[in-house]
Design a protein around this ligand. Structure first.
Ligand code: KIV
Ligand code: ZN
Length: 388
């Protein structure tokens, strides 16, 4: 069975950069954009050009730099925003304008003090206006996650009529359950005339820890673009993590979905973004966290030393991690100690291992983690005592 491509739309430089304290300068943004292009993303959302002269400049420079990916600029459904975005994107080989408006009753009432039919008009006008500057126009229905499906289908239909090439269905507040979000995508596929000619995009937030699950539910129900960020950074609890969706699709070939991402660059890209943004990755983060391929309990260590597959579903080398880590703690067994000692140059007989292990345990009980230099110390002490 042939596989379908899911486009990866990276918004690290836009939604990701909205994280308090993560502001990047143009030089840093160019460095990350270059890497995203090498990584194989299909679209780089470079910024929100009307928001500041700095952002305008970054989008302009990224447009000049990027060779392969489309470069996208965000706008509100406001003429001035669209004009400024078009200007910032004018050097891009493949420019995309991303325009849209809030569609949930709460956004319509509290943000716009408006009504549904006026919002449809604004959406259609914005798409049509953006279309006078670029061919590739993505429409977002902000807070689509909490927008009633029938109305969502109506506004999406008008956006398609006005020329949208991509329909973005954001779960802006991270509210939806995966099944609910999947059904929403399916509903749109079944009820929006002309939808077969456009790409449906999933843009999910992580307020309930469901951003990745929702994006996957979206693509298994017919969406063909995922909007995501490196390390899942983004507003509040963040966005869908790029590395997670890419590896889920790779590790589950039965889904028949793939991406053009080079997974071997994932770990290094994660480190680069963490460094540039000054936002460290939590150790237990899936795929790229420091503990993602670290084993510390005796039972797990014994299994992994015998065969990696017992406790690892991904070969660390596939995502650019040199090797799995065996971390020595008081929960480690003899197999892990022997393995580590051997790596450090100590070949132990079974009898020696039994004695050293007793020393090791009393050492480990006093420490959180037994590091390489501790193992050297334990071994030297053992050798000194056995010589005496
Ligand atoms: O979360 C959201 O709704 C957004 C849109 C602006 C696309 O980031
Ligand atoms: Zn968002």
């Amino acid at each position: 069975m042939s596989t379908d491509k899911v486009q990866i739309f990276d918004t690290t430089l836009r939604d990701g950069e909205q994280v308090p304290g993560c502001k990047l300068n143009t030089r840093q943004k160019l460095k990350i954009a270059q890497r995203l292009d090498e990584l194989g993303v299909d679209v780089i959302e470079a910024g929100f050009p009307v928001s500041s002269p700095g952002d305008f400049n970054s989008v302009t420079e990224i447009s000049k730099l990027v060779r392969n990916a489309s470069v996208c600029g965000l706008t509100r459904a406001v003429k001035k925003d669209i004009e400024v975005a078009a200007e910032a994107l004018k050097y891009a080989r493949k420019p995309r304008i991303h325009t849209g408006i809030g569609t949930s009753d709460s956004h319509i009432k509290y943000k716009f003090n408006s009504n549904r039919s006026a919002i449809i008009d604004r959406a259609a006008e914005a798409v049509a206006y953006a279309k006078t500057f670029v061919d590739d126009v993505e429409f977002y229905a902000e807070d689509a996650g909490r927008t009633e499906n029938e109305f969502l289908a109506k506004i999406c239909a008008e956006a398609v009529k006005a020329g949208a090439t991509v329909l973005n269905i954001p779960d802006t507040t991270g509210y939806c359950l995966p099944e609910e979000y999947g059904k929403k995508i399916k509903y749109l596929k079944d009820h929006v005339p002309g939808i077969e000619n456009v790409i449906i995009s999933c843009h999910c937030h992580n307020d309930l820890g469901l951003a990745t699950a929702n994006a996957i539910a979206g693509v298994t129900n017919g969406a063909r673009q995922i909007e995501c960020t490196i390390n899942g950074i983004g507003e509040r609890a963040g966005n869908t993590a790029l590395e997670e969706v890419v590896m889920i699709l790779r590790q589950h070939p039965s889904l028949n979905l793939n991406t053009d991402i080079n997974p071997r660059l994932l770990f290094d890209t994660s480190n680069m973004v963490a460094r540039e943004m000054g936002m460290m990755v939590q150790p237990n983060k899936a795929i790229v966290g420091a503990n993602a391929f670290a084993h510390s309990s005796g039972i797990h260590q014994d299994g992994v030393i015998k065969n990696r597959e017992t406790y690892e579903i991904i070969d660390p080398a596939d995502v650019g991690v040199t090797e799995s880590a065996i971390v020595l703690t008081a929960r480690s067994g003899r197999a892990a100690l022997a393995y580590k000692a051997k790596k450090l140059g100590y070949e132990l007989t079974k009898l020696e291992l039994d004695s050293v292990y007793i020393e090791f345990l009393s050492f480990a009980d006093a420490k959180k983690q037994v590091l390489d230099h501790d193992v050297h110390q334990i071994m030297e002490l053992y050798r000194k005592n056995t010589r005496a």
